[in-house]
Design a binder for this molecule. Sequence first.
Ligand code: HEC
Length: 372
Amino acid sequence: MKQGSTFSRIIWKLIVSVILGVLMYFGSGAVGFPPAFQWMFVSYVGLGFLVFLLLDAPPLPRLSGWPAGVALLLFYALLSGAYIWGASAWPQYDPEVEKGKIKKLLKRKLERFQASQGRVDDLLQQVKALEGASAEVLARLSNFAPVMATPASINLPEGRAMTVVDRGREVYELYECYNCHKLGGKGSVKKRGPALDNIGSFLTVEDIKRKVFDPTYLYAEGFEKEHKGGKGKMPDKYKELMTDEEVMALATFLTTLKNPMADPPTPRPVFVKSNVEHGFIVFGYVRDAAGKPVPGIEVHVMPKKKGGHDAKGKTNVSGYYEIFMHMHNEDVGVTVSVSAQNSTKEFVTEYDPNDKVTKRQKSLDLVIPSAS
Ligand code: HEC
């Protein structure tokens, strides 16, 4: 009875061990262990089975004396032998060989990575090539259809005018005209010069060009004092600084400014015919007895002083004349005679020698009794 139960217990342990072994094998395989490890786990189950068998083994007779020592040594040799055999029974691994294998694995991965990088490089190159091609196509398109270019394109006749005006605005900013002039209510905090919002209603491109290059050419009405001098005087440095292209663009830009409603308003320009300090202008109309204008007639002006020079001019179709006389500050009070044919008039020059701004001039009409 005791024998049978021992046998059935061994069978029972065997069955459990086989089930455990099978579970171990597939379980470790499922988790990703290589076959060698799968078998190693199975062998552990086998070892466990052996240990449990030993538990059921009948007790050995008690030994003493030297047989006990011999038995101990035998047992030790048996265990050692079992271990050595077990260890050598398993497949052996050389670390160098393993390193080589790992290197090979990594190399293949690296190669695959580099290959994919190469593809990326290829793609980038293709993108570049496409970009080049599209730029070429755009360039060719713009040859055919300039309208496709930017709005400020110089290919458009209207665009060209736009560009000059824009350029003029740029020159205006560049030379800081805004320091003394207001435009659209902006600039000239110190109110030195007039607002220019309506200057295009008064001045031509040529006028503005001359004013910028020679500020004495004209002055803004009401700004005589500023024109004369002082801190806020318009500088006369632009002639040296500006190129022809710049002053043309600037003048073109300013002639586009035509806002009569601007506040503050743009003052009218007063033309200075010549440097007032050295000149005096006599102007007026020559008519016949019937009041009809006499065109093409010669008019003479003569300062009645020692060394005075005769100056002359001719009337235009309207019978209007304008004669510039050379006259200095000290010539104030000199009598001047004006004559056309047999008609003569005289006047005395009146001006403030210290006023270097206000035009020195005299309006004088002549009547010719008998037009030929
Ligand atoms: C330092 C101040 C100052 C600067 C800078 C200046 N101006 Fe003037 N400007 C004046 C003053 C003051 C007047 C009025 C007196 C005169 O006409 O000389 C004037 C008058 C003018 C007038 C005549 C306006 C009118 O209503 O008749 C024009 C045009 C003009 N300036 C254009 C310009 C331009 C263009 C620039 C820039 C390149 C400029 N100015 C820079 C002070 C300045």
